[in-house]
Design a binder for this molecule. Structure first.
Ligand code: PGA
Length: 250
């Protein structure tokens, strides 16, 4: 099996001002994370530039939390891939369940956003995940397969290995409830099977788990064979906790 470098992404959502971002990075970078893992901080748009400046000459990357699929146009309030690239942004979270739920993010838009990100040389972190109702109804695999097929439909053969998939069960996000290691492994392996069946180099794709990852549960999740890192929300707001999660991957 090819080696997949673990990836840890800090999804700050709508948290931290520029000043708070700089103070976090001063703490976090004073004790640099393990170089065998890739680490990206995903702050709000306004903090991207300052975060990039602070992370220059460090192994820590910076990613955005969303972007528009068009390069420019009459889309009030939106930001495009070339604008992110100009700043020095490395990647972008796409299709987070909060975007799908509160901001009407559609699979159709994602089918265009994923290739737009790749075309601009941004690493997309595509989030997929089922609701509690879907899980209770035994529809987890159906929901994930539908999201993956739709959201990746704009990719050419061979592009999948440049996409990161984050499995984020909606019922585990910000709730303190984490998927059990069995649930996380089962679904991440299923995601890899779906990618393999599409004809991509599925063994090279990094699949992250997200949903109430904390220092206390990180080691058991990160030890799973199909989990290649974590997308961390709440616990990534604290430099020590985020560093402890990364350390747990060792
Ligand atoms: P959480 O968020 O770690 O606070 O559950 C994860 C996410 O939404 O990416």
């Amino acid at each position: 099996m090819p080696d997949r470098t673990p990836l840890f992404a800090a999804n700050w959502k709508m948290h931290k001002t520029v000043e708070e971002t700089e103070s976090f990075l001063d703490d976090f970078l004073s004790n640099p994370p393990d170089p065998v893992a890739d680490v990206v901080i995903c702050p709000p748009y306004l903090s991207l530039g300052p975060a990039i400046a602070r992370c220059a000459d460090t192994p820590v990357g910076v990613a955005a939390q969303n972007m528009h699929e068009e390069q420019e146009g009459a889309f009030t309030g939106e930001v495009s891939a070339p604008m992110l690239v100009e700043l020095g942004v490395d990647g972008v979270i796409l299709g987070h369940s909060e975007r799908r739920q509160y901001f009407a993010e559609t699979d159709e838009a994602l089918a265009r956003k994923v290739p737009a990100a790749l075309a601009a040389d941004l690493e997309p972190i595509l989030c997929v995940g089922e609701s509690e109702e879907a899980r209770d109804a035994g529809e987890t695999e159906e929901v994930l397969e539908r999201q993956l097929q739709a959201d990746l439909s704009g990719l050419e053969a061979g592009q999948i290995e440049n996409v990161v998939i984050a499995y984020e069960p909606i019922w585990a996000i910000g709730t303190g409830r984490t998927a059990t290691p069995e649930q996380a492994q089962e679904v991440c392996a299923f995601i890899r099977d779906v990618l393999r069946a599409r004809g991509g180099a599925a063994d090279r794709v990094r699949i992250l788990y997200g949903g109430s990852v904390k220092p206390a549960n990180a080691a058991e999740l990160l030890a799973l064979p199909d989990v290649d890192g974590a997308l961390v929300g709440g616990a990534s707001l604290d430099a020590e906790d985020f560093a402890a999660i990364i350390e747990a991957a060792d």
